[in-house]
Design a protein around this ligand. Structure first.
Ligand SMILES: [Zn+2]
Ligand SMILES: [Zn+2]
Ligand SMILES: [Zn+2]
Length: 168
């Protein structure tokens, strides 16, 4: 990992463009989470909401320590175990994803849909863009099945340079 996850909290770049109104991404993500939790009869507690909002503070994956740092001074019952449980909840219900290679979290751009996304991670700006890879995940599942292996989780992480960074 080239850049500390901590920097991600302050970041404000987008997956598609370096300048867009990221406020809308955050609003959409929070609204989608509210709907999903209401539909599944799940409690979208203030802490879960706040953690989701912080993960969505940019399109760069955010590390757990950066979240802990941020929440330390907020009054939401933010002991580390509570925050980890909130992260687990958000992952379990598909609202965020863990980027394993960075040990960091990024908001899901289409929660509630059955999907096996894959990520394009820019090693320059740190943005992680989630793409649908239906054909791709099917190909992997089929290859696994031929080995008698049932694929359960799949997160493909592709690193490289995004279009914006290639221009610079
Ligand atoms: Zn955005
Ligand atoms: Zn997703
Ligand atoms: Zn980039």
């Amino acid at each position: 990992m080239k850049k500390p996850a901590k920097a991600a909290i302050a970041g404000h770049a987008a997956a598609h463009s370096h300048s867009h109104d990221h406020k809308h991404c955050v609003e959409d993500a929070l609204a989608a989470a509210e709907q999903l939790c209401a539909a599944k009869d799940l409690r979208f507690t203030p802490l879960r909401r706040r953690v989701l909002e912080l993960v969505w503070s940019s399109h760069k994956p955010v590390g757990a320590y950066a979240l802990l740092d941020q929440l330390r001074n907020e009054d939401l019952g933010s002991a580390p175990p509570t925050i980890y449980r909130a992260l687990d909840f958000l992952i379990e219900h598909g609202l965020i994803h863990r980027i394993e290679r960075m040990n960091a979290f990024v908001g899901c751009s289409h929660p509630g849909e059955a999907h096996r996304g894959f990520f394009l991670i820019c090693s320059d700006c740190g943005n992680a863009e989630e793409l649908e890879g239906d054909g791709l995940s099917e190909a992997i599942a089929t290859a696994a099945q031929r080995r008698g292996f049932t694929a359960r989780e799949m997160t493909l992480e592709v690193t490289g340079l995004c279009a914006d960074c290639r221009k610079d």
